[in-house]
Structures are given as structure tokens and as C-alpha cells.
Design a protein around this ligand. Structure first.
Ligand code: 6PG
Length: 500
């Protein structure tokens, strides 16, 4: 009887779910799936007919065919469907069984489900899974967080299924509660940033450099052999050379320039704002998707502001490609740096106790942001206890130094021609802001104190101060200076939190 039971179950047999299950079965585990869509169930039975794979139509049969403790993963659209699936399972499963939500759920939802399922003695993992359909089949990067004992139960299966880099599996226990989904969300925020940066590099090469798609494809392929080596550069090289079946043009040239989004990049920005962590490259990537959606406005404005900049010659063949490579590498560093710093701060704030070295390690393979530079990032976090921002390390200092002149030049050339480089320019600004000992925010503090008595601190004395700024104005007007002026200037009681 036991022999007929399956080791691992999947609810949601879309292409991701099916591929993940087939991957589980590749490694000799019995893999069982179910879906409300009959076609998906049949597709699994067809694709897995040579393996220990089975698709069934009802949750009841599904649950009855799994070995205990049951290991049930869901790959269904994030949101209320996840809750519905859980509610459907609860009457059928036993205490101690494990449920894994492998979708891109919001971490707040994962926290809620984790606490709820704890009351039912069901062990819950919120696991980010990255790598798309191909990754699911061949080896994704998996970021499971939640019940530690659940991790121990599924660890052997997830470690076999995950991508491997130098023999190390791209999966590790991330931490308590929603930490796995939080880390996946930040992964996606970085993904948004990198994608937009590559898009800007393409636009600069095309509109500043006058390069054609095939030439750019070769350039990207060359970059992919160097320090920019990454999945996103690799697929961009392939995208650039692809021809359209219908028109025989480059397919890229006939794709509408409006980018959609499912929300994880925006959530990253929202969470970063809440925690007070600057992630401007990611924010700008989200903003650019929003701007892209206003196609009609852009069309109207392009007519309104035509001829705003002089006709400048293409910079083709004048070292532009080399400069863009440097600008892109510089921006990639800042983008990862922002995401990693957000994780460092969230780890403290949300008590996730994240191992940043481990996260960089499992992002080296399988996932969308996998890149050679993650090895360097892993090393930076692995060798420095408490490191928050990797821009503060000697190895990245050298790279940023080396590339700064190029990014200044490239963004300048693009601006002169009206080519937007929102993310690239912001990456440069982020770097310059973070290396400025003094920022002009003394002015902001003075303004706040001026109009709202919000107080300020001083460079030369401890304490909290307020100035009666209006006094000067009143003095000029020749009226009540003496009465309102200097008497209001001075140290503020620090317990007066209302003002501070
Ligand atoms: C991954 C991806 C994936 C995500 C897509 C689409 O890691 O495999 O991040 O989880 O769904 O990238 O995201 P957007 O629709 O928001 O671009």
C-alpha cells in the first residue's frame, strides 16, 4: 500500500507547477499533482507517463495518495486563491502535515497564514521560487521561510530539485514566518532594477550610438562572457537577434513599449519606504513601468516637445559600447547593493535573522537575477559581519571607482539627446549621495523648522534646537522683531516629541 503513496504533492498544474513536479520526479521521488483544470491534469499525466508521476482531479484523492507527513506545495496565483486552497485542504489533512506556498504571495498574507495554520498545527512554509517555467523544470532557486521543522521535512526534496552551483544547492532555510516571501519580493525588486537598466543600456546604444539589434546582440553576448555575466544579459542578447515570424523584422521592434507588472517590484519599494531604506534604482524601475503605461500621453508630448534638443551625431565607434558596459556594471552593483541593504534592515526590523551570505549564495543559480557578480556579493557578506551596504567594501569600491567616469559620460550623452536613463542616472545619484559626507539636507531641516517648528540638530553642539526664523522677516518689515525674535530661538526640551 505504502509503495503507491507519493512523496510530494502539487496543487496548481500550470506550466510552473507541472515542471516543478516533473523535476521532483526526475530525482526518483513519487510526484502527485492536482488542478481544477482537467486539461492541466491530463497534461501532467502525459508529460510524466514514463515517471512516478500522477495527476488526479479531486483534492480528496490527492490527499489520500500522499505519504505522511504530507508535503503539499501550491503554485497558484497569489491572493485569495491561496486562502481558498488552504481552506479546501484543512478538513482533509492531518496535524503535522506541511503546506508550502510557492507563489509570489505578499509577505503580510504569508504572516497571516503562518499564524493561522499554527493554530491548526499545520506546518507552513512561504517559499519564493524563481527561474520561470524553465527554472522549475531544470532547477530553480528556492527561498523557503516559515516553520523550521517543516523545512527539515522537505529539505531533501527541495535540495535535490534546486539548481546547483559548484555542487551547492540554490535553496536554504531563510528564516521564520514570511522571510522567504520577503526575500523573494526583494529578489524581484532587484530583477525590476536590472531589467530596466539593461533596457536603458539598449536604448543608449540604439539612440545615442546608432547601433542595430544584431550588433547589440553580439555586444551583449560578449558582455555575458565578462563581469556582466548574468541570465538577464544572456536572454537580452538572444531577444535582440530574434526575428518576427510575421514581418521578418526584429521581433523586439514590433513589441509594444508598455511594460506590465504583477506587483512584487512595487511591494519592494513600498516596504523600503516603510523601513526608511533607500532603493531608488528599484523605485525608478517601477516608475518607468508606470510611465510606459501612459503611451498616449507620451505620444502627444513627443509631438509637443519635438526639437527640444539639437541634432547630435551618433557616437558609434567612439568607445560608447565600452562606456555603456561600465555604466551598466556600476548600476548593477548599486541595484544589488540597495536590495541587500533592504534585506539587512528588514532582517532586524522584522526579526527574520537573515543570512545575507546564504541568500547571495542561493541566488547564484536558477533564479532570474543569477549573475557572476553574486559570487563577489556572497564573499562580501561572508567575510564581513554586520555588513549592510556592500558599496562600503574594498572590492566594490575599486569597481565603482573604475566605472564612475563612464556612467557620468553615458548619462550625460543620453540626456543631451533626450534619451531617458532614469535608473542608470539614479544609480549614479544614489552612489554620489551615499559618498557625500555633507548633503544639503541641512536646508531641508531649516525649512522644516522654519514653517513647522520641527526643530533641528547642530553640528557643533548636542541637543535639539528651534529658531524663530520669522523674526528676520518681521524685522525687515519693521515691526515686532524684539518681541517674537530671539526669545523663541534656542534649545528645545527633548521630551517635547510633538515638535521633534
Ligand atoms: C521569477 C520571477 C517571477 C515573476 C515574473 C513576473 O523569479 O521567476 O520574478 O516570479 O512572476 O518576473 O513579474 P512581473 O509581472 O511583476 O514583471
Amino acid at each position: 500500500m505504502d509503495q503507491q503513496l507519493y512523496d510530494f504533492g502539487m496543487i496548481g498544474l500550470g506550466v510552473m507547477g507541472r515542471n516543478f513536479l516533473l523535476n521532483v520526479a526526475d530525482d526518483g521521488y513519487g510526484a502527485l499533482g492536482t488542478d481544477i483544470n482537467e486539461e492541466s491534469v491530463s497534461a501532467l499525466n502525459e508529460e510524466g507517463k514514463e515517471m512516478r508521476v500522477k495527476g488526479v482531479s479531486t483534492q480528496k484523492e490527492f490527499v489520500s495518495l500522499l505519504s505522511k507527513p504530507r508535503k503539499i506545495m501550491m503554485l497558484v496565483p497569489a491572493g485569495s486563491i491561496v486562502d481558498k486552497v488552504i481552506e479546501g485542504l484543512l478538513p482533509l489533512i492531518d496535524e503535522g502535515d506541511v503546506i508550502i506556498d510557492g507563489g509570489n504571495s505578499h509577505y503580510d498574507d504569508t504572516n497571516r497564514r503562518y499564524e493561522y495554520l499554527k493554530t491548526k498545527n499545520i506546518r507552513f512554509l512561504g517559499a519564493g521560487v524563481s527561474g520561470g517555467a524553465k527554472g522549475a523544470r531544470l532547477g530553480p532557486s528556492i527561498m523557503p521561510g516559515g516553520d523550521r521543522s517543516a523545512w527539515e521535512v522537505v529539505k531533501p526534496i527541495l535540495e535535490t530539485v534546486a539548481a546547483k552551483v559548484n555542487g551547492e544547492p540554490c535553496v536554504t532555510y531563510i528564516g521564520e514566518s514570511s522571510s522567504g516571501h520577503y526575500v523573494k519580493m526583494v529578489h524581484n525588486g532587484i530583477e525590476y532594477g536590472l531589467m530596466q537598466l539593461i533596457a536603458e543600456a539598449y536604448d543608449i546604444l540604439k539612440r545615442v550610438g546608432g547601433m542595430g539589434n544584431d550588433e547589440m546582440s553580439e555586444l551583449f553576448a560578449k558582455w555575458n562572457k565578462g563581469r556582466l555575466n548574468s541570465y538577464l544579459i544572456e536572454i537580452s542578447a538572444s531577444i535582440l537577434k530574434r526575428r518576427d515570424d510575421q514581418t521578418d523584422e526584429h521581433l523586439l521592434d514590433v513589441i509594444l513599449d508598455k511594460a506590465k507588472q504583477k506587483g512584487t517590484g512595487k511591494w519592494t519599494s513600498q516596504s523600503a519606504m516603510d523601513l526608511g531604506v533607500p532603493v531608488p534604482t528599484i523605485d525608478c524601475a517601477v516608475t518607468m513601468r508606470a510611465i510606459s503605461a501612459f503611451k498616449e500621453y507620451r505620444q502627444d508630448n513627443s509631438k509637443l516637445y519635438v526639437d527640444i534638443h539639437p541634432e547630435l551625431p551618433d557616437l558609434h565607434g567612439e568607445g560608447l559600447a565600452e562606456s555603456v558596459e561600465k555604466a551598466l556594471y556600476f548600476s548593477f552593483i548599486t541595484c544589488y547593493a540597495q536590495g541587500m541593504q533592504l534585506l539587512a534592515e528588514a532582517s532586524v526590523d522584522m526579526k527574520y535573522d537573515l543570512d545575507l551570505e546564504g541568500i547571495a549564495r542561493i541566488w547564484r543559480g536558477g533564479c532570474i537575477i543569477r549573475a557572476e557578480m553574486l559570487e563577489k556579493i556572497r564573499h562580501a557578506y561572508g567575510t564581513r559581519e554586520g555588513l549592510k551596504n556592500m558599496m562600503a567594501t574594498e572590492e566594490f569600491r575599486h569597481d565603482l571607482f573604475d566605472c564612475r567616469e563612464a556612467i557620468v559620460e553615458v548619462t550625460h550623452q543620453a540626456s543631451e539627446r533626450g534619451v531617458p536613463t532614469m535608473c542608470m542616472s539614479t544609480s549614479l545619484q544614489y552612489f554620489d549621495a551615499f559618498r557625500s559626507e555633507r548633503l544639503p539636507l541641512n536646508m531641508v531641516q531649516a525649512q522644516r523648522d522654519y514653517f513647522g517648528s520641527h526643530t533641528y540638530e547642530r553640528l557643533d553642539q548636542k541637543g535639539v534646537f528651534h529658531t524663530a526664523w520669522d523674526a528676520q522677516v518681521i524685522h525687515k518689515a519693521g515691526d515686532e522683531t524684539d518681541r517674537l525674535g530671539p526669545k523663541e530661538t534656542g534649545v528645545v526640551d527633548p521630551t517635547d516629541t510633538q515638535k521633534a
